[in-house]
Design a protein around this ligand. Sequence first.
Ligand SMILES: [Zn+2]
Length: 439
Amino acid sequence: MNLLKPFSCHTRAALLFCLIPLLFTVVFPQPEGLTPVEQEIAATVEQQSDQAVDLLRRSVNINSGTFNVKGVRRVGKLFQKELAPLGFDVQWIDMPPELHRAGHLFAYRRGTRGKGVLLIGHLDTVFDKNTPFKRFEIHDTTATGPGTEDMKGGNVVIVYALKALHDLSLLENTTIIVALHGDEEEAGRPTSISRRDIQAAAEECDVALGFEGGVSGTITVARRGISGWRLETAGIRGHSSDIFNENSGNGAIYETARILNGFFEEVRGEEYLTFNPGVILGGTEVHFDPALYRGSAFGLANVIAQKVVVSGDLRFISDAQKDSARAKMRTIVADHLPGTSASISFTDSYPAMAPTEGNYELLALYDQVNRDLGYGPIEALDPGSRGAADVSFVARLVDCLDGLGVEGNGGHSIHEKVYLPSMDRATKRAAVLVYRLTR
Ligand SMILES: [Zn+2]
């Protein structure tokens, strides 16, 4: 199909004939910014949209809660069967048994053409085996079911974007790696093991695209990282009537109150920086189970508190912000009240995806693809409004975007749904973007 063939208008009839397509262009916007090849890509995606919905149905109907190891592997098999015929070397990567995770599906194509692109999805959902929320159901233009939006929809977008490119022989000699994790919702610890393969994949690539659910007209160029922290304070057990005197000191609970108030007064206020004490236990006897975030405490009103444990999180937009917040918190902790002691420890969880220049350059490319497809402009989503995701683990290594997946809502709840027309749009965008990146 050659849409760009020049035509001449010599007669009035011919002139009218020539104007009709123009009128249609105004009334029904066509993706006119696309090259002929890209128009073919978009048309191929459209032809396969029913098959894409069917793949979504089949993947949603297999329960794959993070801890349902068999289910996650079955969903992996399903996507393996889709990716292998597209010329990918598809591998199931097992995790060591002590991580209690199913493993990951990785698919590799290696070439020398254009940029290397890493496409990121995940096979698991937050819905365990016993959830009553099991089935994929279509209601008019939406489909409900576990993982429809987060993010089996995004996985299907990846597959059908690549399928369109493969059908038009446009994957030849490209470097594309698909990473579908089996444990995104609850990453296996340590992440140095569970996220080792995605980091190795990013080393081979220039760009990473995450297909978590999208928000219309926006894309994620930055997302905050998460760190855990635990504060423990100690006081001298004694009679309450002696509190505040030199020998008895002020007790662990006052020391904790001083520290938390110090965090609130002195560390709070930077954009994108938050820290939240999620649980606190204090008294004479305290038992806290850090694996389950629960415990018990006992203390009498007439006894000076001996021990307090606080567990919380810290969210940050860059390593620099994380490090400076941690330093300020440590300083506050170290300034003990008489008769008390305190310590704070931090654990790394998700790194931040900082809003780098490279990410904004990718945003510009993506924005152009959108406009060329007739979908309008794209803006950066507020980093404060997104939780962490796997793309963050490679953000230090490559330029990246996230939120290229389907549009929907109710993620992580039994109301989860996908807006079906968004699948087609997301797939066309992904296919054209990958095509441009790999030229
Ligand atoms: Zn997700």
